[in-house]
Design a protein around this ligand. Structure first.
Ligand SMILES: *[C@@H]1O[C@H](CO)[C@@H](O)[C@H](O)[C@H]1NC(C)=O
Ligand SMILES: *[C@@H]1O[C@H](CO)[C@@H](O)[C@H](O)[C@H]1NC(C)=O
Ligand SMILES: *[C@@H]1O[C@H](CO)[C@@H](O)[C@H](O)[C@H]1NC(C)=O
Ligand SMILES: *[C@@H]1O[C@H](CO)[C@@H](O)[C@H](O)[C@H]1NC(C)=O
Length: 342
């Protein structure tokens, strides 16, 4: 018959054995993790941290630990090379480090919401031929939008919005063949929209150019392009925008509001199957609202206010969704939801 003392000894023995094996497992796990981070990536990351003045945001980037475990980055599961560097919302001052160009396996690069990062984008970024996703947004970058970004052949998404970029839009950006979206909105861009943007040869990107100071007319070449989403709002564009309306196109979202565009709205033909949102407010658009607007299958948003439109507001289809604010400040629109026509 075992005494309580014997039970206790047995209990102690197993406890020790258990904690010993736990230690062994965690030690070997750490050793294994240490081997994950590629030494060259490790060196570059330490350099990046230093160029950013060792910010608290990168406190997890501790020397001699496995970099693949650090915050703000991701290693590829197979190759263990750093494939994503995503620095977001931190108190970081300085410039985007040149050293980013020495992380050759990066496919995702994000510097976002870091308002004390100034300067421009280093040319070394063009070494990163695997880059697919670039978001350099909500920083305080200045100077021209670097046209060397067009040397990144595999880009699928490029977002440079909410910065202080000035100068004109690089025409070379039409060289992208896989780009799904281009966000250059909310900068201080001037000049006209490049003619070349009507000549994308592969994927036609969603185009976001709003909140800049773009001038001139919408390029004629846009007649060739079927943009699914296009936002040119809050610029200083003049002239005709009829060519953006393609009856057989697949445009879903079209925003040309707050420009100085001037054309006859009654001549426009809507992409009836695809159009979801149409904003033309604050321009000098004249003529009447085409009756065909009621045949748009899923029109969820429409704003024609602050123009020079006239005539009867068509009824039927989705038109009942829109209240008077869709039509205010026009020359002589009438009928529901405005006053009766006389
Ligand atoms: C930016 O820098 C200023 C001055 O150095 C500092 O006071 C401020 O806290 C910083 N802001 C952020 C978001 O890093
Ligand atoms: C960054 O931009 C914001 C908004 O434009 C501004 O208030 C701030 O002073 C800028 N910071 C720096 C460091 O330039
Ligand atoms: C749109 O497509 C239809 C049928 O494919 C065709 O008959 C029509 O001419 C096209 N309209 C325009 C303006 O291209
Ligand atoms: C249309 O735009 C005007 C001007 O910006 C705004 O006051 C109004 O609320 C908008 N209406 C709708 C339905 O979007």
């Amino acid at each position: 018959m075992a005494t309580s003392h014997q039970y206790y000894t047995l209990f102690l023995f197993f406890t020790l054995l258990f904690s010993y094996s736990l230690t062994t497992i965690s030690v070997s796990a750490t050793t294994k993790q240490k081997q994950r981070c590629h030494p060259s990536d490790y060196k570059v990351l330490m350099q990046i941290k230093k160029s950013l003045n060792n910010p608290y945001h990168l406190a997890s980037w501790v020397p001699k630990t496995d970099c693949c475990e650090w915050y703000c980055l991701e290693c590829d599961e197979k190759t263990n090379r750093v494939r994503a560097l995503t620095i977001f919302s931190g108190e970081i001052s300085g410039q985007i480090p040149d050293a980013i160009g020495d992380l050759p396996y990066l496919d995702n690069l994000e510097f976002r919401k870091l308002s004390n990062i100034t300067g421009s984008i280093p040319r070394s970024i063009t070494k990163l031929k695997k880059l697919k996703f670039v978001s350099i947004s909500w920083l305080n970058l200045t100077g021209p939008v670097p046209d060397f970004l067009s040397e990144l052949p595999n880009l699928e998404f490029l977002e440079l919005n909410f910065n202080q970029f000035s100068g004109s839009i690089p025409p070379s950006f039409s060289k992208f063949t896989k780009l799904g979206a281009l966000h250059l909105d909310r900068n201080k861009l001037t000049g006209s929209i490049p003619e070349s943007f009507g000549h994308f040869t592969g994927t036609v990107p969603d185009l976001y150019l709003s909140h800049n100071q773009l001038t001139g007319t919408i390029p004629k070449s846009f007649g060739n392009m079927d943009f699914e989403r296009i936002d040119l709002s809050r610029n200083k564009l003049v002239g005709d925008a009829t060519l953006l309306f393609k009856p057989n196109g697949s445009t879903q979202i079209l925003d040309i509001s707050r420009n100085m565009l001037e054309f006859d709205f009654s001549k426009v033909m809507f992409p009836k199957k695809s159009l979801i949102s149409l904003d033309i407010n604050h321009n000098k658009i004249y003529g009447s609202i085409p009756k065909d607007i009621v045949k748009i299958q899923h029109l969820q948003m429409f704003n024609a206010s602050y123009n020079r439109l006239c005539g009867v507001i068509p009824t039927g289809g989705d038109m009942a969704r829109f209240d008077y604010s869709t039509y205010i400040h026009n020359n002589c629109l009438c009928g529901l939801p405005l006053k009766k026509c006389t």
